[in-house]
Every structure is written in structure tokens, then in C-alpha cells.
Ligand binder design. Structure first.
Ligand code: PBG
Length: 326
């Protein structure tokens, strides 16, 4: 009595009420994080060409935007900054009056309850566009650590809730945790981009953040896409160094990695639905080639089903509207 015709799995799918009753995965607004790009100047609100509906804004326009985000019920934002100037050592990344530091203060003043996460990396701030100190055409790991730690402290001083190192240097989580603790920021969390792959899906982001490497690529520090066992080692390393939340990035071509990390570690897990994944959906939708709303909700659901607790997505605002009107 275990097979057809007594057993009919379609019984569970006959009506929407039944489907809802047995639904295993539900994306909630509370799972979402919305990335924001901050640029110098005032009154600046410019759309990113390769990311329709995503705008780069100057600091004066952030309070309004973050209030709207909070009203939608989105609990957190992830901030990226384009600095006034770039140099070899990315010094504009760790100044108290830097673009991110000022942006964090402005946001915290207007919407204190919104969780503010900052990307901690040097690539937007260095003239060469690499994520660390370049010597002899190689990104020097250990020299970069100190600069990352300084960047994280300056963000914490500005009032950020979570710092998110995305550089993929070895030992950065430990260096940042130590520096935060020594400076009295025991409560500042670390969300590490633990398994971050050297992916072509970051293309549109690099236009938005002006962070394309001027020579070479990021393959000597970001992960090689064919590897999954190494991803578990990366996550293990970051957890042992004190990461509070770990991340897999990108999300869609890496759902297997999300699933494996979820199965191997009992830590909060974030997944980054990156710029290229967003751009593909927008481009197809603009042509009328797919149903945008359904596709986006399906994508977010798949990322959650794979095991992510937190989904960082440029779709967060539109998804929040749809999820609350369902
Ligand atoms: C900075 C950083 C990148 C992204 C997040 N942080 C770009 C990169 O590593 O080249 C990509 C985000 C996206 O594509 O949406 N290192």
C-alpha cells in the first residue's frame, strides 16, 4: 500500500490552500538585505546603467532612501562607497571623514533601528582596483590585514552594526576581531564573505562601485569556481577566527555551496544574490522574455531553500513590496 494508485502526491497540490499548508520554504521580508551605493557630492541620484532601478546616491539623499527601506520592513542594508580619491594604499577607506564613515553616521541618525552593514574592502579605494596592498604584481596578504582592521575600526567608530570583509585575505577575520575588541567594539558583528568566488557575475557591480582591477584579475585571492571542498575550509577558517555570520557569494550558480555549508556548520548563513544575477533578470524582463515578479520570488525562494538564512539582494525592495501584498 505504498505506491500508486493509493499514493498520489498531486493530492497535496490541488488547491493553493493545500499547497500553502505544506509549503516548506517561505521567504520573508525579514530575511532580506538591500545593498546601497554611496557617491561623493550632493543631490546625486544616478542609475547604474547595467543595473536598472539601482541608484548611486550622495549622502544627503540617503536618509530618505533608508527611511523608505525601513518602512518596507527590510531589516538591514549593505553599504558600498565610492571615495573622493583613490591611491595605492586605499587611504580613503579608513578615514573618519571618509564616504562610508559619514554615510553611516547620517543613516544611523535618521533611522537608528535599521541594521547597517558595511563592506570592508580596499578595491573601491585603491588606484589599482585590487583588494589589498600590491607589491611585485601580487596582493600582499599580511600588509593588507592592518589596513582592513583600520577600515573596520573606522566603520565601528561611525556606528556600524556589522562589518563585512569581502577581500578574501587569509587571517582578516582574526585581525578585524582583535582590532575591534582592543578598541572597545565587542558588540560589532563580523559577517565574513567566507566562500567568495572569483566570478564574472560581479561585472555590473564593478561599474557601480568603480572597482574594476586596472590590471590582472582577483583569482589569486578569490576562490576558484570549480572548488567546493575548499569552500568548507574557507568557512571553517573564518568561523575559527571569530566570524559571527558567514556568506557564500555568488548565490545562484553556487546553490550547492550554500547547501553544503548549511549542512556542515551551525552558523547563520548569508548568500549574496550578486549584481550579474540581478542584471540578467532585469535584461530579460525588459524584453518581456520572462515574468519578472515570479522569477524574482522563485530565485529568492531557491536561495533560502538551499539553506541561506539571510539573502543580500538588489531585488530586496521590489520583493518586499510583493511579499507584503501576497
Ligand atoms: C568588493 C566586492 C565586490 C562585490 C562585493 N564586494 C566585487 C568584487 O569582489 O570584485 C560584488 C557584489 C556584486 O556583484 O553584487 N570586493
Amino acid at each position: 500500500m505504498t505506491g500508486f494508485p493509493q499514493l498520489r502526491l498531486r493530492r497535496l497540490r490541488r488547491t493553493e490552500a493545500l499547497r500553502a499548508l505544506v509549503r516548506e520554504t517561505q521567504v520573508e521580508v525579514g530575511d532580506l538585505v538591500y545593498p546601497l551605493f554611496v557617491v561623493p557630492g550632493s543631490g546625486v541620484r544616478e542609475e547604474v546603467t547595467s543595473m536598472p532601478s539601482i541608484f548611486r546616491r550622495s549622502i544627503d539623499l540617503l536618509p530618505q532612501e533608508t527611511e523608505d527601506i525601513a518602512k518596507l520592513g527590510i531589516p538591514a542594508i549593505l553599504l558600498f562607497g565610492v571615495p573622493e580619491y583613490k591611491d595605492e594604499l586605499g587611504t580613503s577607506a579608513y578615514q573618519s571623514e571618509g564616504i562610508i564613515q559619514r554615510a553611516v553616521r547620517a543613516i544611523k541618525k535618521s533611522v537608528p533601528e535599521l541594521i547597517v552593514i558595511t563592506d570592508v574592502c580596499l578595491c573601491e579605494y585603491t588606484s589599482h582596483g585590487h583588494c589589498g596592498v600590491v607589491e611585485d604584481n601580487y596582493v600582499d596578504n599580511d600588509k593588507t590585514l592592518e589596513l582592513l582592521a583600520r577600515t573596520a575600526i573606522s566603520h565601528a567608530e561611525a556606528g556600524v552594526d556589522i562589518v563585512a570583509p569581502s577581500d578574501m585575505m587569509d587571517g582578516r577575520v582574526k585581525a578585524i576581531r582583535q582590532a575591534l575588541d582592543e578598541n572597545g567594539f565587542q558588540h560589532t558583528l563580523i559577517l565574513s564573505y567566507a566562500a567568495k568566488y572569483a566570478s564574472a557575475f560581479y561585472g555590473p557591480f564593478r561599474e557601480a562601485a568603480e572597482s574594476t582591477p586596472q590590471c590582472g584579475d582577483r583569482k589569486s585571492y578569490q576562490m576558484d569556481p570549480p572548488n567546493w571542498r575548499e569552500a568548507l575550509r574557507e568557512v571553517e577558517q573564518d568561523i575559527s577566527e571569530g566570524a559571527d555570520i558567514v556568506m557564500v557569494k555568488p548565490a545562484l550558480a553556487y546553490l550547492d555551496i550554500i547547501c553544503r555549508v548549511r549542512n556542515a556548520f551551525n552558523y547563520p548563513l548569508a548568500a549574496y544574490n550578486v549584481s550579474g544575477e540581478f542584471a540578467m533578470v532585469k535584461a530579460a524582463a525588459q524584453h518581456g522574455w520572462l515574468d519578472e515578479r515570479q522569477i524574482i520570488l522563485e530565485i529568492l525562494t531557491a536561495i533560502k531553500r538551499a539553506g541561506a538564512d539571510i539573502i543580500i539582494s538588489y531585488h530586496a525592495k521590489e520583493a518586499a513590496r510583493w511579499l507584503s501584498s501576497k
